[in-house]
Design a binder for this molecule. Structure first.
Ligand code: GLV
Length: 332
């Protein structure tokens, strides 16, 4: 069997180079961004598959891959891939659920602890030669609100439980709230996130970016939180109205924001004069919550598996995000 020709975007390749190099059944070519360059590399290489990061693909790539080919996300979030467009072109779209939950939940805990223990302020003041102690707070007895109780939200609930936090979950799609309470340590599960807002010390977001979640965290939601509350976002930037968060942080209506994801990445302030990086009550990381060595290796393996299964027509085993494509491919 000739190797399967695959194009991998450079940042993803670099995150798990050894895995990509060690795939004997793959002929891997690395591509720079932007989308036109990825599409050109796909064409040159005659690629069947493109393994992609979080960037937005809205044009040339869909025309470059062959019918039956695959857009394979290296990761879970798929807001950057246009599923209807892929379906119309007969392209599969897949992601890698189940391999990065621990990495992201650990990062959320790291952000929460970073805020609780003033790590950002101490790192800066020590570096500046100052000795500037101040009080932190403990997690035990605090209430954590988790919006989105899927794989990552559940892991976070369990970790938070180990710190002695009370965890309130909100998820309109939670099929079995009793199981979430029994198996993952949620104290309560609500269909409507508004039920938990006024009761939490920390609110952590674990929902995808889509038309229902865009600016879910807006001025109204922020007004319903306690003024000392900490907002944590390791989900997707567009879920949060960053200008509203800036206003809340600077007017004493929000205590702290710990953000790993942004409306524009690399970060650009959402409005002139509202640069979150200038504020003392923020802790910011550059969209790295799933970027542990281990999770990246698992994402590489899982995305390559999706490619293999698509190539062999074993569609039922692909983590497929656009099942309608099977009808286009004459499989249903
Ligand atoms: C990371 O942000 C992912 O969607 O996997």
């Amino acid at each position: 069997m000739p190797p399967i020709r695959v194009v991998v975007t450079k940042p993803e390749y670099v995150k798990a180079e050894a895995v990509f190099q060690a795939a004997p059944d793959m002929d891997v070519r690395v591509s720079d961004w932007p989308e036109e360059a990825v599409a050109a590399t796909v064409r040159e290489h005659g690629a069947f598959a493109a393994i992609l990061g979080v960037e937005r693909y809205s044009g040339a790539l869909y025309e470059a891959l062959p019918k039956g080919g695959i857009l394979a996300r290296f990761g879970v979030g798929h807001d950057g891939v246009d599923k209807p467009r892929a379906t119309a072109r007969g392209l599969l779209v897949a992601n890698t659920p189940g391999v990065l939950e621990d990495a992201v939940a650990e990062h959320a805990i790291a952000l929460i602890l970073g805020v609780a223990k003033n790590l950002n302020a101490f790192a800066l003041s020590m570096r500046a030669g100052q000795w500037a102690p101040r009080l932190g707070f403990e997690l035990r007895g605090r209430t954590l609100g988790i919006v989105g109780c899927g794989g990552i939200g559940r892991r976070l609930a369990r970790f938070a439980g180990a710190f002695g936090m009370t965890v309130l979950g909100a998820d309109p799609a939670a099929a079995d709230p009793a199981a979430l309470q029994r198996d993952w340590g949620f104290a309560e599960i609500h269909a409507d996130y508004r039920a938990i807002l006024g009761r939490v010390d920390i609110l952590s977001l674990h929902v995808p970016a889509n038309e229902h979640t865009r600016h879910l965290v807006n001025a109204d939601l922020l007004a319903a939180l306690r003024p000392t509350a900490v907002l944590v976002n390791t989900a997707r930037g567009p879920v949060v109205d960053e200008a509203a968060v800036y206003d809340a942080l600077t007017s004493g209506r929000l205590g702290f924001a710990a953000l790993d994801v942004f409306e524009t990445e690399p970060y650009v302030p959402a409005a002139p004069g509202k640069d979150l990086r200038t504020l003392p009550n923020v802790l910011l990381t550059p969209h790295v919550s799933s970027s542990s060595v281990e999770a990246c290796q698992r994402m590489a393996h899982a995305s390559l598996d999706n490619v293999r299964r698509a190539h062999s027509g074993t569609y039922g085993a692909v983590s497929l995000l656009n099942p309608d494509v099977l009808a286009v491919l004459g499989q249903r």
